[in-house]
Design a binder for this molecule. Structure first.
Ligand SMILES: [Zn+2]
Length: 354
């Protein structure tokens, strides 16, 4: 039997010890080398793309040339870590810890690992999750694609000790729990083992599975072969694509038709909800879906590559409209667009892709 990838030496190319022992200058150099990789680690103005820049001696900043926009910037300008308060060393160590958690990392744990407040850790992790989602945005999928949906969140409170009260308790809390449940739909390319290509995936927070049909029209290439389960909401797929269906009450896989790869993401999400976070709020479920989708997509990469990919995508992602100033009251302002099914009020971008 083949060895699991996580047991092989290929999955270890970065040690947390090395990252934690870095000086502030080395951590800053690491960010520069990845975010400005296209220019050999040398500064690129985020405003105009100019590489003719002047060094400002203080605070690791640069200013754009007199001939260009003359903007002042740092390596984190125009990224999710714009106006950061944490040191580069702490951010890098947080990213390394996050890269090592195959099911994710809880904010509570990260706050103790690098000695920051729970609120800082929570926002930092959500910003990175946002960046992970941006990685897959605008990607068109093709080949063989599996499509499926699952609901998350809205768990029941702990049952009372007395069994006689259970029926009444469930009746009372079930409707409230169902209201909080959110549907995640995944579209996932199958791996091409012969070509050695790992399939990409995208996740969507939707009101019902049927809403994914319009998205599939834009997201999937016209010659895609789609696999779905027997839910009547997938019927319109037959008009758009060559579609194969699998009846899950009889088989997991039959005549090549299955949605096991899509289910594998949902299993990772359930493991993360049970084993890492204990509870995932429906208001933020789309970010967890984006994160775990990213982890599924890059599951055969080493932890050093994960850290590199993470920082590189951080460098390409602009500051989040909802997470900047989240604990200072920004969360209460709706920025939109968001779908009608988002009742929580603190989630501006409820329809997000990952
Ligand atoms: Zn410039």
């Amino acid at each position: 039997m083949a060895q699991h990838f996580l047991l092989s030496p290929q999955c270890r190319s970065m040690s947390l010890l090395t990252v934690a022992e870095m000086s502030e200058d080395s951590a800053h150099e690491k960010f520069k080398s990845i975010i400005w990789e296209a220019n050999g680690g040398n500064p690129i103005c985020p405003e105009c793309g100019c590489t003719d820049v002047w060094v400002i001696r203080k605070n690791r900043r640069w200013t754009c040339s007199d001939k260009a926009c003359r903007a002042q910037f740092s390596v984190t300008s125009h990224t999710i870590f714009k106006d950061r308060k944490l040191s580069f060393r702490k951010i890098l160590t947080a990213c390394a810890i996050f890269a090592n958690g195959v099911m994710g990392v809880a904010a509570c744990r990260l706050s103790r690992e690098i000695d920051i407040s729970y609120k800082s850790a929570w926002v930092l992790l959500h910003k990175v999750r946002d960046a992970m989602g941006k990685d897959a945005e605008a990607v068109q999928l093709g080949g063989v694609v599996e499509i499926d949906g699952a609901v998350f969140g809205g768990s029941l409170p702990r049952l009372p000790n007395s069994k006689e009260l259970w029926a009444e308790f469930k009746k009372k809390h079930k409707a409230a729990a169902k209201k909080k449940q959110k549907l995640i739909v995944v579209m996932r390319e199958r791996d091409d083992h012969e070509a050695g290509v790992i399939g990409r995936l995208r996740t969507f927070l939707l009101g019902k599975e049927g809403d994914a049909i319009e998205i599939a029209r834009d997201t999937l290439l016209p010659d895609t072969v789609v696999h779905a389960d027997m839910s009547p909401q997938w019927e319109p797929l037959h008009m758009l694509f060559d579609t194969k269906r699998i009846n899950h009450s009889e088989h997991f896989s039959k005549d090549g038709a299955c949605t096991n790869m899509a289910e594998s993401l949902f299993e990772r999400m359930r493991c993360a909800e049970r084993g890492v976070h204990k509870h995932i709020s429906g208001a933020h479920i789309h970010r967890y879906a984006m994160e775990l989708g990213w982890r599924e997509q890059y599951r055969r990469r080493s932890n050093g590559e994960h850290l590199h990919l993470m920082i590189s995508t951080i460098g390409r992602t602009p500051p989040s409209k909802t997470l900047v100033g989240y604990w200072q009251g920004r969360k209460s302002k709706r920025v939109g667009p968001y779908p009608a099914n988002d009742q929580d009020g603190d989630d501006a971008i409820a329809y997000l892709t990952g």
